[in-house]
Ligand binder design. Sequence first.
Ligand code: C2O
Ligand code: CU
Ligand code: CU
Length: 465
Amino acid sequence: DVAEPEDHSMDGMAMGHDHHEPDLNHSTGENELKLPPILKSDKETEDEIHYTVDAQKGQTEIFDGYQTDTLGYNSSFLGPVLKVKKGQTVHINTKNSLDEDTTFHWHGLVIAGAADGGPHSVIKPGESKEITFKVDQGAATLWFHPHPLGNTAEQVFNGLAGLFYIEDDEADQLDLPNEYGKNDFPLIIQDKTFDEEKQLNFTEVKDEDGMMGDTLLVNGTVNPSLTIGKEKVRLRLLNGSNMRNYVFKLSNDQAFTQIASDGGLLNEPIELKELQLTPSERAEIVVDFSKLQDTDQLALLTGEDTVVLPFNVKEERTGGDNVNIPKQMNSIAVTDEEKSMKVTKEIVLDGMAEDVTINGKKLDIDRIDFTQKKGEVEVWEIYNKPDEMGGMIHPFHIHGTQFKVISINDELPPENLRGYKDTVSLDSGDRVKLAVRFDEPGIFMYHCHILEHEDNGMMGQVKVE
Ligand code: C2O
Ligand code: CU
Ligand code: CU
């Protein structure tokens, strides 16, 4: 008989496995949240935009009085926000100033394999490469990170991660908070472990099932707090952690409104009190601070009571008029045809730690696991096979596409998973059907987004032509 899968959803992971699970420290709120700068383009016209993104190493004062060795894009730690508009042709000069190989992966972008920055697209230290692609998808909060074969977890852990915003005219028309740093804030949420000298010693904390840290950083800020006005505020959440899952809620149990998932705006705003994000998933939520008193203490929590981000609410609004979230924001639907399609790709996620596999195999970079025709929808069925110890959550990600979730265990997905997704989390024993279409050709990776699982070969390749 099969062991009951445990509830992994709360407070990181509660697994039946021998896994190091440090508790997260509470934010004491003493540092104002840092915001990534919006990257200045090298050149922009109506139809084209040019950027330079430089992976570099440096030192960062994360803790007062300590210099931590870190990696970053165009800075010593993390990266800037790249903003592009739907319809634009984007040129990015990607530059490797590290002393190791890296790649530049644009997570969530529907672009050709040649520009996607998977493990094939190595850039050697000191070299650079220009990539070009056209943005043909709607407004969304995407991100970018390295993807070198077997070395993704460490590079991300050490700081390589940045945000990629797509904007479009229709979304701009909607009455949503959209003033960056005023009523619209990115929150890159990552857990890290620092040694006594406040260094990130990845090899010392390495865990084959994924590094879980005890120190939470939001946008690279330790003990952050965010000052906001009494108004509706948009928070763009990214779980940028190697393996930790978060279940976000507000400390006063107030509901919030999810407006977007990985691939952009949901059809309609969804009221929630709790929201789970597994590694690489994004969600945009709107929190209404307008009814709070100055004396109210409000914080974003994960799990039962871990403070992620306390808010300082001040009287004046900074974001102009208070918004009215529209009832309809997008129109995404699984079609009847898609619902009746047969499963043509079956994916079984299995194992733990070094033994993780997909369909019983580890990645072979010289093997193409599947092929699919460009522009055609296929139904992929993903199954997370439980093991005798209960198994664990695997966040399953596909490059080069934004897919739709048809069903989870034969039921309709919850409303906040009915928008475009590029990562779907599967509890142990879950079976998920996806409607997957690639609009561009190339070789695309699909994998578990626990970065150590990816590095351990829990990854495959689909060739699209
Ligand atoms: Cu976030 Cu293979 O990617
Ligand atoms: Cu990706
Ligand atoms: Cu996994």
